[in-house]
Design a binder for this molecule. Structure first.
Ligand SMILES: Cc1cc2nc3c(=O)[nH]c(=O)nc-3n(C[C@H](O)[C@H](O)[C@H](O)COP(=O)(O)OP(=O)(O)OC[C@H]3O[C@@H](n4cnc5c(N)ncnc54)[C@H](O)[C@@H]3O)c2cc1C
Length: 384
C-alpha cells in the first residue's frame, strides 16, 4: 500500500490520517480538505464558540506544522470526481490524485428546507459560526427552528447569554426518537426553567423572505432579530453516487467494516450507512465517537488488521449546565428505569429491549456513563 487518499478533513478524515501515521503507516497520506484553515472539531460550535471570542484556530485538532511533520499532505480544495477505473480522484484545482486506497469521509450537510429563504442561517461549519457571532452579539430575541441536540444546545447557550429564545419543534417533544421520552421531557423542562419558550408540535407553514420570521400552520406569526435553523443534516453522497457507488438517502452503503462495493474504497463517519454489530443492522450515526472510531478502524484494516468493528456507540450533548451522555442506542427500547435525582439534574435513564440493557442516558452523571459503556461493551463482546 503506497498511497492513501482521504476525502474530507473533518472529524473522521483527520483522525483516520493521524491514526494511520501514528500506527506506523510508511506510505503517502493525502487529506483533501475543502474548508478554510486546518481540520477542526465541530462540537464547540454550538456550545461556546458562537458566543466567545476565541480565535478560529482554537478548534484545530493539531497546530500548523503537525501535518508537515507527520507527512500528511493537505489539499485545500474539493474533490470533484472519482475515476475508479484509473484509481484517481479529480480535485477542484484541476489536478488528479492517484490512490491505492480511498477513504470517503465526506460528512453531512444541513438538509435543505423547502420554501426557506436562501439567507436562512444554519450552523455546520466554523465559517457558519464566524458569520453568526456578530449577528448573535447584536441580537436580543432569537428564534431557533429545530429542537434536536444542536437546537437544544443553541437554545441553552443563547438563553444563558441573556437572549430571549423561542425554540420551534415540529414533533410533540424535543429530541424525539433520539433520547427516551423521560430524558427529553426533563431536559426540555430545564430549558423552559431557564426562560426558553419551547413551541412543540409547531409546524412551519411559511418562511418570511428576510429569513427572520415564520408563520406556523396554526396561523401564528413569529419574528425575531435572529433566526437559526437547526433542522438536521443529510449525508454527503453525491460524489460517491456519481462514481457509481451504492448510496441511499441514509448514506453511502457499506458493510460492517465500512467496505463498499469497490475493494479499494471505504466510507466512514457521518456519510456512511453501514452494518453495525451493536445495532444489529445498518445505521448512520452522527457523532464524534463514530467518526473517530470508524476512521481508525479502516486505518487498522489498511495496516493489515482483520478484527471486526465492534464499538458501542456513545455520544454527548452539552446543554448549558447539563451534560447529557448516551451509551448505546435508544432504537428498540421498550422499557425505561430512572436512577438519581431529576430535580437536581443528576440522573440516568436506563433503556431496555425486553430484558436487555441497550441504552443509558446520563445527565451530569459521568460515572454512570463510563460504567454503562463498559457494561454494554462486555455484553456485546460476550454475544459475538
Ligand atoms: C454544531 C455541531 C455540534 C456538534 N456537537 C456534537 C457533540 O456534542 N457530540 C458529538 O458526538 N457530536 C457532535 N457533533 C457531530 C460531529 O461533529 C460529527 O458527527 C462529526 O464531525 C462527523 O465527522 P465526519 O468527519 O464524518 O464529518 P464532518 O466533520 O462533517 O467532516 C466532513 C468534511 O468533508 C468535507 N467534504 C465533503 N465533501 C467534500 C469533497 N467533495 N471534497 C473535499 N472535502 C469534502 C466537508 O467540507 C467537511 O469538512 C456536532 C456537529 C455540529 C455541526
Amino acid at each position: 500500500m503506497q498511497r492513501v487518499v482521504i476525502i474530507g478533513g473533518g472529524q473522521a478524515g483527520a483522525h483516520g490520517a493521524m491514526h494511520l501515521r501514528a500506527r506506523g503507516f510508511m506510505g503517502e497520506i493525502h487529506l483533501v480538505h475543502a474548508e478554510p484553515g486546518l481540520p477542526y472539531q465541530r462540537p464547540p460550535l454550538s456550545k461556546t464558540f458562537i458566543l466567545d471570542e476565541s480565535p478560529p484556530e482554537s478548534l484545530d485538532f493539531r497546530p500548523a506544522g503537525f501535518y508537515e511533520k507527520e507527512r500528511i499532505t493537505l489539499h485545500p480544495t474539493k474533490a470533484v470526481a472519482i475515476d475508479r477505473a484509473r484509481g484517481e480522484v479529480q480535485l477542484g484545482d484541476g489536478t488528479g490524485l492517484a490512490y491505492d486506497a480511498l477513504i470517503l469521509a465526506l460528512g453531512a450537510a444541513p438538509r435543505p428546507l423547502p420554501g426557506a429563504p436562501s439567507s436562512l442561517l444554519m450552523l455546520r461549519t466554523r465559517e457558519d459560526a464566524l458569520r453568526l457571532r456578530p449577528r448573535i452579539a447584536a441580537s436580543r430575541e432569537v428564534l431557533i427552528v429545530g429542537g434536536g441536540f444542536i437546537g437544544c444546545e443553541l437554545a441553552a447557550a443563547l438563553a444563558g447569554a441573556g437572549r430571549k429564545v423561542r425554540l420551534i419543534e415540529a414533533q410533540d417533544e424535543v429530541m424525539q426518537g433520539r433520547v427516551s421520552p423521560l430524558t427529553a421531557r426533563l431536559l426540555r423542562e430545564a430549558l423552559e426553567a431557564e426562560g426558553v419558550e419551547v413551541l412543540r408540535a409547531a409546524r412551519i407553514a411559511a418562511w418570511d423572505e428576510d429569513g427572520l420570521g415564520v408563520r406556523l400552520a396554526d396561523g401564528r406569526a413569529l419574528r425575531a432579530d435572529l433566526l437559526l435553523a437547526a433542522t438536521g443534516v443529510a449525508p454527503e453522497t453525491a460524489l460517491a453516487a456519481e462514481a457509481g457507488l451504492a448510496v441511499s438517502p441514509s448514506g453511502i452503503e457499506a458493510g460492517a467494516d465500512f467496505r463498499i462495493l469497490d475493494p479499494a474504497i471505504f466510507a466512514v463517519g457521518d456519510c456512511v450507512f453501514a452494518h453495525n454489530l451493536f445495532a444489529g443492522g445498518p445505521v448512520r450515526l452522527e457523532s464524534v465517537q463514530h467518526a473517530t472510531d470508524s476512521a481508525r478502524h479502516v486505518a487498522e484494516l489498511l495496516l493489515g488488521a482483520s478484527a471486526p468493528y465492534r464499538k458501542v456507540p456513545w455520544f454527548w450533548s452539552d446543554q448549558g449546565k447539563r451534560r447529557l451522555q448516551i451509551a448505546g442506542l435508544i432504537a428498540g427500547c421498550d422499557a425505561f428505569r430512572i436512577e438519581g435525582d431529576p430535580g437536581a439534574m443528576s440522573f440516568s435513564v436506563y433503556g431496555y429491549r425486553g430484558e436487555e440493557l441497550r441504552c443509558v442516558e446520563s445527565v451530569n452523571r459521568p460515572a454512570d456513563h463510563i460504567r454503562a459503556r463498559k457494561a454494554l461493551t462486555e455484553a456485546l463482546d460476550a454475544a459475538s
